[in-house]
Design a protein around this ligand. Structure first.
Ligand code: NAD
Length: 493
């Protein structure tokens, strides 16, 4: 295999496996060649792959269960070294992974390259964390015994990932699970399964034993997932996706009282105070809104801007938006790719129409783009009125919605007026005000004078209906560990 790989589109697609990865083998499953993966910028089929049945799903769980004891008993250093080798291989194949993500998801290739960096960092971070799983030993308060606290892998895990970050959402779960000593079945989104299949191949090359990582791809996620979640051998469910699906899965997981991690939807407020450095706020806004074509759970959804600077902010953002280049993610200079499918375009369109119908001003964009591919114009709407759908729902597209506010209390009230609580962004030069916002905004994360917060070393996650648990950081590995407490008598008594 060449050192610095850079395959053509055709070579790359041919190199991606088209089967299910179960027990270290690639198998066609019960429904081979039945899942078409499309390029959203052209609508053409990129590759046709296996479509797992419920029985295939259970076979994948069988493999994870069979491998569980030996992987849990594998030395933490060895588990870490396999993850580290995977990190190194990913650097070598970075261009191939970036192209593959652009093809199946649509994001510009430079952004896909950024996701390879971000996704790879979870491999490196958790390769380091694998050897830092600790416990404690102490005398009980009565002095009559010794209290021993140890950490153990939770057991076989089922990991379900979304389409918007095909690599990073997978490594953010797989790396901590494997570092902790858990075996996994991964089910990527049916819209973007190729990256996960290619990643499974990379893990084999990194020396991962068969059965530790299993991948199933399917068009029938509900029917395949339900029996896996109901199986008493499964011990953990980790899901990233929409809140309604997360709620349904939590109900299913309650039967087996499974450990769960839920990374769900967002409705991020982006608050700009009148004392903010407006140019920095505009830079932050462009990142927070247009990264990943607006299709990020962390995307700024509501721009809440002080009335004294709202017009200037809107004018500057509108000018920048006019400079964005829409097109196929592989083309030079493109900054905005297609939305993932027709439904996403229809949703963005409906949200803009509703906002304008209620009195908002359309400054630029606002429409789907005719022709092949599912493209939507980068859009700015200002003076959005309370009650508009765009303030309540995740836009998941390249649309800026600006709401003016009067004072700090007003900004906090508007920002918290949502059932979501993933991330917030605040721009102010006033340190005390920034600290007040940290304490007042009901979100699991905050960008204070920055437009992107994601980092493998940070605990990523939300409050309210944005989820449960944290991925990344020191916290990330604990999602895959269970704590055992043992009491022994005083050995001197
Ligand atoms: P989705 O909920 O439709 O799908 C997510 C995954 O769940 C996919 O793999 C899908 O196949 C699977 N799925 C769907 N129905 C299922 C069922 N009944 N049983 C089992 N699995 C099922 O979400 P999506 O459209 O793929 O992703 C976008 C959503 O993900 C947005 O709401 C976004 O905010 C959220 N998201 C959250 C985070 C986070 O970290 N909080 C990160 C990325 C995306």
């Amino acid at each position: 295999m060449p050192e610095n790989r850079k395959l053509t589109e055709a070579e790359l697609l041919a190199d991606v496996p088209d089967g299910l990865y179960i027990g270290g083998e690639w198998a066609p499953g019960e429904r081979p060649s039945a899942l078409d993966v499309l390029d959203p910028s052209t609508g053409r089929v990129l590759k046709t792959i296996a479509d797992a049945s419920p029985a295939d799903g259970i076979r994948a769980l069988d493999a994870a269960v069979d491998a569980a004891d030996s992987w849990a008993a594998t030395a933490p250093r060895k588990r870490g070294e396999i993850l580290r080798r995977a990190f190194d291989l990913l650097q070598e194949r970075a261009d191939d992974f970036a192209l593959l993500m652009t093809l199946e998801m649509g994001k510009p290739v430079a952004e896909a390259r950024g996701e390879v960096t971000y996704g790879g960092e979870f491999l490196r971070w958790f390769s380091e964390e694998a050897v830092r799983i600790t416990g404690r030993y102490g005398v009980n308060p009565e002095g009559t015994g010794r209290m021993i606290v140890t950490q153990h892998p939770v057991g076989p895990c089922y990991l379900i990932t979304p389409w918007n970050f095909p690599l990073a959402m997978a490594t953010r779960k797989i790396a901590p699970a494997l570092a902790a000593g858990c075996t996994v079945v991964v089910k990527p989104a049916e819209l973007t399964p190729l990256t996960t299949l290619y990643f499974a191949k990379l893990m084999t090359d990194a020396g991962l034993p068969g059965g530790v990582l299993n991948v199933i791809t399917t068009t029938t996620s509900g029917a395949v997932s339900e029996p896996i979640i109901a199986d008493p051998r499964l011990r953990k469910l980790s899901f990233t996706g929409s809140t309604p699906v997360g709620q349904k899965l939590l109900q299913q997981a309650s039967q087996g009282v499974l450990r769960t991690s839920m990374e769900l939807g967002g409705n991020a407020p982006f608050v700009v105070f009148d004392d903010a450095d407006l140019d920095k706020a505009v830079d932050g806004a462009m990142l927070a809104k247009f990264r990943n074509i607006g299709e990020a759970c962390t995307a700024a959804n509501r721009f809440i801007v002080h009335e004294a600077v709202a017009e200037e902010f809107a004018a500057k953002v509108t000018e920048r938006v006019r400079g964005l280049k829409v097109g196929r993610g592989t083309d030079d200079g493109v900054t905005i790719g297609p939305l993932i499918d027709d439904r996403a375009v229809a949703k963005a369109s409906a949200l803009v129409t509703d906002a304008v119908g209620r009195g908002a001003t359309l400054r630029v964009g606002g429409s789907a783009i005719d022709g092949v591919g599912t493209f939507f114009e980068p859009t700015v709407v200002t003076d959005v009125v309370a009650g508009s759908d765009i303030l309540r729902e995740e836009i998941f597209g390249p649309v800026v919605a600006i709401v003016p506010f009067h004072d700090e209390a007003d900004a906090v009230r508007i920002a918290n007026d949502t059932e979501y609580g993933l991330v917030s962004y605040v721009f102010t030069k006033d340190l005390a005000r920034g600290q007040r916002m940290i304490e007042s905004l009901q979100t699991g994360m905050m960008g204070l004078n920055v437009g992107v917060v994601s980092n493998a070393a940070a605990p990523f996650g939300g409050v309210k209906q944005s989820g449960l648990g944290r991925e990344g950081g020191f916290e990330g590995i604990h999602e895959y560990l269970s704590t055992k407490y043992t009491l022994t008598p005083d050995p001197f008594a």
